[in-house]
Design a protein around this ligand. Structure first.
Ligand SMILES: Nc1nc2c(ncn2[C@@H]2O[C@H](COP(=O)(O)OP(=O)(O)O)[C@@H](O)[C@H]2O)c(=O)[nH]1
Ligand SMILES: [Mg+2]
Length: 228
């Protein structure tokens, strides 16, 4: 069985005031108990692999959908669909290097987000532009993979200040790349003292239980919260 992925081509920014639009969307997501995670990283850091592993651990407990954003391909969307079976759609950004709230909203409306407990938006791969756009998410998560190096907080500080969670992926390769996890942690905490940091490997499963327990608790707390 090979379902077709729905592709939405996004042409231009729909809203002038991104932050205002994001706060309206966030209220609506809270009202409908849909927990959205905005997932950001460089290309190749392991977003899709981590998502497949995470979805397969949580899909019996939560109704999950994934929105894949890419400049112009469907590869990741098909990987996720074929390896997890959850609802996936694909946003094509028409060359834009980030998503804005209007784009995220279009993707969310297209999957009928009200039907889902947990929606992940896999943002376009880069460590610069996506950090500046609020998508109405309940959780901002970034992945830094070990091969990228422990100096990245020094080079791309803004992204590290904007996220709630940092997944340090491909931790199985830590000795190959002489990655100093302690130095990384210090650099990150200097920028963002309250950040949650999880070393993970989607290959060996190291850290995946801790990450998924944390995520599930966040989602359950979100669902239990009273609407203001
Ligand atoms: N060793 C190792 N390789 C990984 C891990 N996670 C992903 N990879 C590999 O890294 C490459 C890029 O992964 P992908 O999930 O496509 O990254 P994305 O571009 O961020 O979505 C693939 O070849 C994966 O097999 C991991 O935990 N350990
Ligand atoms: Mg990917």
């Amino acid at each position: 069985m090979m379902d077709k992925i729905k592709v939405i081509n996004i042409q231009k920014r729909v809203y002038a005031n991104n932050d205002e639009e994001a706060s309206i969307l966030r209220k609506d997501l809270e009202k409908n108990k849909t927990f959205v995670m905005n997932l950001m990283s460089s290309p190749g850091s392991g977003k899709t692999t981590m998502l497949v592993n995470t979805i397969n651990r949580l899909k019996e407990k939560l109704k999950i959908a994934i929105i894949e954003a890419d400049i112009d391909s469907d590869v990741d969307a098909y990987t996720i669909l074929n390896q997890t079976g959850v609802t996936v759609n694909q946003l094509h950004s028409g060359g834009m290097c980030h998503l804005d709230c209007g784009m995220a909203k279009e993707g969310l409306e297209d999957i009928n987000y009200k039907d889902f407990d947990f929606v992940v938006i896999e943002n376009i791969g880069n460590l610069i532009c996506p950090a500046s756009y609020d998508l109405g998410q309940a959780l901002n998560t970034m992945i830094l993979s070990v091969p990228e190096g422990d100096d990245k907080p020094l080079k791309y500080p803004k992204m590290f200040t904007k996220v709630d969670c940092l997944l340090v992926s491909k931790i199985d390769t830590v000795t190959v790349f002489d990655f100093d996890f302690k130095a990384l942690e210090e650099r990150v905490r200097k920028l963002n003292p309250n950040i949650n940091i999880f070393p993970i490997s989607a290959k060996t499963n190291e850290g995946m239980d801790e990450w998924c327990d944390f995520l599930l608790e966040k989602i359950n707390n979100f669902k239990r919260a009273e609407n203001k």
